[in-house]
Design a protein around this ligand. Sequence first.
Ligand code: ATP
Ligand code: MG
Length: 318
Amino acid sequence: MNNRFQTNFEYACNDRKEVLVIKQKDIDRLRVEPGKKIHLKDFNTEWDKLDKYEEAGETALKAQLNLLLAKNLTDLTKAQQLLYVDDRYSVLIVFQAMDAAGKDSTIKHVMSGVNPQGCQVYSFKKPSLEDAGHNFLWRYAKCLPERGRIGIFNRSYYEDVLVVKVHPELLQNLPEGKVNKAFWQGRYDDINAFEQHLHRNGTIILKFFLNLSKHEQKKRFLERIDKPEKNWKLTEADLAERDYWQDYMVAYEEAINATSTEWAPWYIVPADNKRVTRALVAETITSTLKSLELNYPKVSKEQADFLINAREKLVLDS
Ligand code: ATP
Ligand code: MG
């Protein structure tokens, strides 16, 4: 292996294979501290650790990131089983991003190892007439994960302070009142209260903003045009919303600053390299689940006696 590559990355020895390691401090750097005002422009859309990407060699790096993801998927599978058995917590994972940032593929890869019975993905599009007839949190509240399960929101109630803030004409039939700063603050407060309610009731909430650069979005859109098998992916809406890029960045920044809380933190994940995104998201979810110290329930004296008797009976059984 290239020496420069070796010196530029942190490794741990695992089954004699060298594995690129994401440390807790790497994850902490993505986390938006509650009360701290961030500027999105200060967040790199590429991963700082990949600064020496060129010298490392693309193939070597891809292999390392794949290994890292695979390790996390194994841990995640175990953690999910414990989450189910432990039966105290549920996990809500929110993904928000600009188009083509890789929400779908991150969800597909990161959740590929988990038991489908313990995990549900909801993709939220434009609200239906019935949705629009209720308060803005209604349709999301119906899809929350039950205890022991992981729920994934591919877009979420944050759309109601993002796309709706960029296009306020989407707001319909609200009581009298101006759609001003106080209106949006009211929505942030509602979201914080909603998430705090969930947290108090045992829901662990993780929110990921996949931070894509405008330049990389252009590249991915062009690929959708140039590769026939990707043609179906590009829509007029994708191009139209790109024209509002700056408005979206402002809306994201304001929403993240107003709603990154102790009980529901935001993580701003570099999204210009899909493998990096997947590895960082998987690591964040896994490390959060591990920190819950989930355990198999202790076997009671009665259950232990039952197991001994059951074993004897089964061994003697024809
Ligand atoms: P893809 O990666 O396939 O493009 P997507 O999540 O962008 O996935 P689309 O069907 O392209 O899915 O777009 C869904 C659209 O619905 C987005 O433009 C989003 O902003 C919009 N949407 C989601 N929630 C709301 C909401 N509450 N109010 C208005 N529009 C919404
Ligand atoms: Mg889209």
